[in-house]
Design a protein around this ligand. Structure first.
Ligand code: ZN
Length: 124
């Protein structure tokens, strides 16, 4: 298997910078219908084991849809423009990020720290 970029071993969290090129509506699994306006968004997640594999999965279009973010990323008007990784725990990193929450609960099914959502719309 071809190896992609590797990340420092202490990095457990990632942020995907996402560009949505036009206003869209998706159905994100159990969350239901979600409307997004065009613009840039940041999704914060974590993978304590194999961060590189998780990021490769997000960048791939052929996968079984599982997380809310999967339903967004497979939309043809949506692309990941940048990936960052960090040793900062995901919820703290997410909370440090400014930006509004477009869809309450999005990406936060496993969140225990009251983030509200793990997807934020980036300020212009
Ligand atoms: Zn959180």
């Amino acid at each position: 298997m071809k190896s992609g970029p590797s990340y420092p071993a202490e990095h457990i969290s990632y942020q995907l910078r996402i560009r949505i090129h036009q206003d869209i509506r998706i159905v994100a699994g159990a969350l239901g219908c979600c409307n997004f306006t065009a613009g840039d968004y940041v999704y914060t997640g974590s993978a304590r084991r194999n961060l590189a594999a998780r990021i490769r999965r997000h960048l791939s279009d052929s996968k079984k849809l599982r997380w809310h973010i999967d339903y967004l990323l497979i939309h043809p008007a949506v692309e990941i423009t940048h990936v960052k990784t960090s040793a900062i725990p995901e919820c703290r990193w997410n909370q440090q990020l400014s930006g509004e929450i477009p869809i309450p609960g999005f990406g936060a099914s496993d969140c225990r720290r009251h983030c509200g959502a793990h997807l934020k719309k980036a300020p212009r």
